[in-house]
Design a protein around this ligand. Sequence first.
Ligand code: FE2
Length: 291
Amino acid sequence: MAQVLSDEQIEAFHRDGFAVVHDMVGPESRRRLMERAVELVEQWQPTGEQTVFTTEEQERTSNREFLSSGSSIWCFFESEAFDERGELRQPKHLSINKIGHAQHDLDPIFSQFSYTDDLAGVAADIGMADALALQSMYIFKQPGIGGEVGCHQDSTFLYTDPLTVTGFWFALEDATLDNGCLWAAPGAHRDPLRKVFRRLGDDDAGTEFEVLDPSPLPEAPADLVPLEVPAGTMVLLDGRLPHWSDVNRSEKSRHAYTLHCISESAEYPSWNWLQRPADMPLRRLDRCDRA
Ligand code: FE2
């Protein structure tokens, strides 16, 4: 398979735990994803309780919709989306924090974007020629209310043995200091994984964090560097790299799409929160039947 990344980008990924790749997504592809995301929100009918996504641990722990969203397309509200009476303060499509977590397999537009020779080539370039697409998120970072995402390591939430999860993060709009760009701790992917997020049973049984290493994660934002990137940029993230993004109080949204991949050769434990049913196996980036 032909090399997609430059030698410098591959070196940066291994040295820093992340690599910034400009001009990876053209304007037409970005427009298609952004329009589709709004359509998915408009079509989505919440059942039962509204599902809010925050990185506050308790709110995420035992939400049935969250725990089953590894094999579905679900919309999670911003925590500041509602007023004191529980009514939305703004239209629905401006109230959603993210869409997750299987649109890369269930939606044709997102599937077409996610399973490409280019992305399979990127994965091979960084040493994962057998990459499986595990999870996807469409992140809105809404104007005014886009929530902070606390400093974390992705391997906490998507664990494999050995650790292989790698994030492919695509800026669909400019990501700046004002609208809540990513921040990361260069080189800190060589430090240990601090904790894992485990499900306690089926979708109703909840979850818990298990501490593996009590040393603190880098302090945000003091110990991190901002990754301000123009629309169309891909940021590759090692699963052990501590990263963070701030609240968005600006008037501009910061839409991004992320795809998280793991190596087919790694063990995927049954206690990971994200479990897929037997009739929905994970697919290799390089071997997928493409539309
Ligand atoms: Fe993350």
